[in-house]
Design a protein around this ligand. Structure first.
Ligand code: 2AM
Length: 505
C-alpha cells in the first residue's frame, strides 16, 4: 500500500450506505480511501470492488487509521458513516489524533442536531473543521445520487462542494424533475445538483431531520388513503396499485406514491395467488428521527400535529396484541359505503393532497422557528430545491414550494402562498367528506384528521382559548389579556366575581 497522499477523500464505516457512497464518489472520478473498524468488512468490500470498473482503481482500503489518514490529500476530508450516537463519537475520538489542523470531518449519519452543534464546537476548538451532512435517498440514493444536506464549517464547504455536487442527485434545471436512470448504472452528470450549504453547525442535520418528519406524515397519509380504499371501498391491492399509479401522473407525482403502487401490485413470492402486502404484519418500526422532529415541535411550541400523529400512528400500530384483543371488546359503527367508488377515490386523492400541503406547512413552520432558536438563516426555497431529487420525499410538488419561497421569502406559512391557498380551497370540500366518511365508518385516519384540524385552526381568527385562559385564571390565577385592552396587559379576577353566578337550567 502506498504511503503517498493521493486520495481525494476518505470514508469510515462500510455498511451499505457507506459502501454505496464510496462507489458513487469513485464513479465520478474521485479516489477514495476506505477504513472500517472491523477490517474484514473493509477487505470484503475492496475485493468486491476489484470487479467493478472504473471503481476498482479508485477505491483504496486501509487496515490502520494512521495509513488511511496519511493516504488522503490535504486538507483531508473524511466522511463518517458509522452508527449514530456513540459510534460517531468513538469514530471521531479515534480519528482526530491522526488528523491535522485544517482537516475536515464530515458526519453523514442521521445525527441529532444538538450532537452536531456540540461536535462542531469541539472540533473547531481543535483547529479542524466539522460538517454534519444529512444524506437521504436510502441505499440506491447513496449509490447513484442522494439529496445531501450539509451544515457546519462554511470554509470546509468550499472544499467539499465539488464532490458533494458531483455525487448528489440531479434534477432538470427547468422542470425540477429528477434525472433518474439508475438502471443504466452510469453516473448522472447533467442537471442541478440536489445539495446546498444550509448553514452553520447543526443546520444540515436539522433540515434532514425535518425531511424525515415530513416523510413520516407523507407515508402515513398514503397508508390512510390505501386503508380507506381497502376497508371502505373493499378494493384489492392490485386495484389500489392502479389508483396510485394513476395519481402519480398528476400533482401527487412522487417517489413514495410510485413505490406504493409497486408494493401493492407485488404478489407474494411464497404464493402468487395472493399479494405480499396482505402478508406483511401491520406493525411499523422506526429509528427515531420522526420522534426527534415531534419533540422539537413541542420544544419550540410549533403546532405540527400531523407530524406527531404520524409518530403516534406507528406507536399504535406496534400495539398489535392489544389491538387484536381490543377489537373483540370495543365496537365501532361498522363500515358502510354507498356512493360512487370512482368519485370517492377522487375525493381521497384531494384529501391526500390537501393534507400533504399541511404536513409541509408544518415542517417549514418548524424550521422557521428553529432558525431563530439556533441562529441559522435557512433558505427555504433552497431547501425545497435540494429535496426535489434523490431523497425519499422527492416530488413534483416541491417545485411549487420553491416557487412559493422565491415569490415571498418571508412567507409566514406555506398555506398562505396563492398556489397552495387555492389548492386547499379546491380540495377542502373533498377532504371534509373523506374525514367525515372515515369517522362515520370508524376507520382511523389520524393524519387526515389532524391535518384538517390544523387547517381549520390556523384559519380561525377566534379559537376557544378565551375560555381556556379563563379556566387557568380561575384555578391558578394565571391571568388573562382582554380583547378590549392592548396586548401585554394582564388581568386577574377572583373567580367567581361576587359569588357564584346563577345558572338557569
Ligand atoms: P463495524 O463493521 O466494525 O461494526 C454501521 O454500523 C457502521 O458503523 C459499520 O461500518 C460499523 O463498523 C461502524 N461502527 C459502529 N460503531 C462504531 C464505532 N464505535 N467506531 C467505529 N465504527 C463503528
Amino acid at each position: 500500500m502506498s504511503k503517498e497522499a493521493s486520495s481525494d477523500i476518505g470514508l469510515i464505516g462500510l455498511a451499505v450506505m457507506g459502501q454505496n457512497l464510496v462507489l458513487n464518489m469513485a464513479d465520478h472520478g474521485y479516489h477514495v480511501s476506505v477504513y472500517n473498524r472491523t477490517t474484514t468488512r473493509m477487505t470484503a468490500f475492496v475485493d468486491r470492488v476489484q470487479n467493478e470498473e472504473p471503481c476498482s482503481e479508485r477505491v483504496h482500503g486501509y487496515e490502520s487509521l494512521e495509513e488511511f489518514v496519511a493516504s488522503i490529500k490535504r486538507p483531508r476530508k473524511v466522511i463518517l458513516l458509522v452508527k449514530t450516537g456513540r459510534g460517531t463519537d468513538a469514530a471521531i475520538d479515534s480519528l482526530l489524533p491522526h488528523m491535522e489542523e485544517g482537516d475536515i470531518v464530515i458526519d453523514g449519519g442521521n445525527a441529532h442536531w444538538m450532537d452536531t452543534i456540540r461536535r462542531e464546537k469541539d472540533i473547531r476548538a481543535r483547529g479542524l473543521h466539522f460538517m454534519g451532512s444529512g444524506v437521504s435517498g436510502g441505499e440506491l440514493g447513496a449509490r447513484f445520487g442522494p439529496a445531501l444536506m450539509p451544515g457546519g464549517s462554511d470554509e470546509a464547504w468550499t472544499s467539499l462542494q465539488p464532490i458533494w455536487e458531483a455525487i448528489a442527485a440531479k434534477v432538470d434545471p427547468d422542470t425540477g424533475k429528477p434525472y433518474e436512470d439508475y438502471a443504466a448504472g452510469k453516473p448522472i452528470t447533467e442537471g442541478t445538483p440536489c445539495t446546498a450549504y444550509l448553514g452553520p453547525d447543526g443546520a444540515g442535520h436539522y433540515v434532514k431531520m425535518v425531511h424525515n418528519g415530513i416523510e413520516y406524515v407523507d407515508m402515513q397519509l398514503i397508508c390512510e388513503s390505501y386503508f380507506l380504499m381497502k376497508e371502505l371501498l373493499s378494493m384489492q391491492p392490485d386495484e389500489i396499485a392502479a389508483v396510485f399509479h394513476d395519481w402519480n401522473q398528476g400533482v401527487l407525482d412522487s417517489y413514495l406514491i410510485e413505490i406504493t403502487a409497486d408494493i401493492l401490485a407485488q404478489r407474494d413470492p411464497r404464493d402468487a395467488s395472493r399479494f405480499l402486502v396482505d402478508q406483511v404484519l401491520d406493525t411499523a418500526g422506526q429509528k427515531g428521527t420522526g420522534k426527534w422532529t415531534s419533540i422539537s415541535t413541542l420544544d419550540l411550541g410549533i403546532p405540527a400535529n400531523a407530524m406527531a400523529e404520524a409518530v403516534f400512528a406507528r406507536f399504535l400500530s406496534a400495539l398489535k396484541v392489544e389491538r387484536v384483543a381490543a377489537s373483540q371488546v370495543l365496537k365501532g359503527p361498522g363500515v358502510e359505503f354507498s356512493g360512487d367508488q370512482q368519485e370517492f377515490i377522487d375525493l381521497i386523492r384531494q384529501a391526500l393532497y390537501s393534507s400533504k400541503i399541511c404536513a409541509y406547512a408544518q415542517g417549514f413552520s418548524l424550521m422557521t422557528e428553529a432558525q431563530q432558536e439556533f441562529n441559522w438563516q435557512l433558505d427555504f426555497g433552497t431547501i425545497a430545491k435540494v429535496w426535489r431529487g434523490g431523497c425519499i420525499i422527492r416530488a413534483r410538488f416541491l417545485q411549487k414550494i420553491t416557487d412559493a419561497y422565491d415569490n415571498d421569502p418571508e412567507l409566514a406559512n406555506l398555506m398562505l402562498d396563492p398556489y397552495f391557498r387555492d389548492a386547499l380551497h379546491d380540495g377542502q370540500s373533498a377532504w371534509r367528506k373523506v374525514v367525515a366518511a372515515a369517522a362515520e365508518s370508524g376507520i382511523a385516519v389520524p393524519a387526515f384528521m389532524s391535518a384538517l384540524a390544523y387547517f381549520d385552526g390556523y384559519r380561525s381568527a377566534v379559537l376557544p382559548a378565551n375560555l381556556l385562559q379563563a379556566q387557568r385564571d380561575y384555578f391558578g390565577a394565571h391571568t388573562y389579556e382582554r380583547t378590549d385592552e392592548e396586548r401585554g396587559r394582564f388581568f386577574h379576577v377572583d373567580w367567581p366575581v361576587d359569588g357564584r353566578p346563577e345558572i338557569e337550567v
